[in-house]
Design a protein around this ligand. Structure first.
Ligand code: SF4
Length: 257
């Protein structure tokens, strides 16, 4: 084996993760495929592997997050990082990326890295991705209402939340503030109730559409939640991808006409 292949092997192997049984639903599960979430909590072994480039995207996300947290630490304004948040009555949990002291008030940040194409689209329309929004609202919901045992001195009752998108090309940033309300957190509770009911009854939650319209690209694509899922063969059969690709082709052809 030559040295190039050897190095590649080391890196690709570092991406391999053993399946594990999740003890709760995660904030990052919200607005994703609830069936995939159910499979993951069961700890089922994946039926297909996620390609290294997809795993690489997740790894870059962690590197970007660390970079931002380190900058905040150096400034002396860090209140918390990777703060664990629980919603025990819904069997749900998550970890806040960053809470910053801004002029004496806490502000929560959820950090997301993105490719430059998607970043430019976000600069234009200034809307967060729905799953990122729900994840961040989950943290606001719990902290505003219950505070946090690790930060007893901090008043979170009016905590503001922001999503920070970072371009992977040049570390350019876009910060989008979120509006918190009882209405905004309703989809979180609805989705957690679907998951908990399915879990109790041991029944699979519904599947999302395999093909969706991508507003950023202006065309039909394979539902990206399925791109990051390793259970295609369990819920959709071996030819799932080929069928979805064909459907994408047909739908996009009608757009061009
Ligand atoms: S393959 Fe798609 S529909 Fe099936 S569990 Fe995974 S994400 Fe959900």
């Amino acid at each position: 084996m030559d040295s190039f292949t050897f190095l590649d092997k080391i890196i690709n192997e570092s991406f391999i993760r053993e399946p594990y049984i999740k003890k709760s639903w995660w904030a990052t599960d919200l607005n994703s495929c609830l069936r995939g979430v159910f499979y993951r909590r069961k700890g089922l072994p994946p039926t297909s592997t996620i390609p290294p480039d997809r795993m690489g995207i997740m790894e870059v996300g962690k590197i970007v997050e660390e970079w931002i947290v380190n900058k905040v630490k150096q400034s002396g304004n860090l209140i918390a990082e990777q703060l664990r948040i629980e919603a025990p009555e819904y069997e749900a949990s998550g970890k806040v990326d960053l809470i910053l002291n801004e002029g004496g008030k806490p502000v929560l940040y959820e950090i997301k890295s993105t490719n430059s194409f998607s970043f430019k689209y976000k600069l234009k329309n200034r809307q967060p991705q729905p799953q990122h929004k729900l994840q961040t609202l989950f943290y606001l919901w719990r902290l505003r209402n219950y505070g946090h045992q690790d930060c007893p001195e901090v008043d979170f009752s009016n905590l503001q939340g922001r999503l920070i998108y970072v371009s992977r090309d040049d570390l350019n940033r876009l910060i989008i503030p979120l509006d918190y309300s009882e209405v905004a957190i309703k989809p979180i509770i609805d989705q957690l109730e679907i998951l908990n009911t399915s879990w109790k009854m041991d029944e699979l939650p519904p599947v999302p559409e395999p093909v969706v319209f991508d507003e950023e690209k202006g065309k039909w694509i394979i539902n990206f939640v399925c791109d990051f899922c390793a259970y295609h063969e369990l819920c959709a059969g071996r030819d799932w991808r080929a069928k979805a690709e064909q459907e994408v082709k047909e739908r996009n052809a009608t757009l061009e006409n």
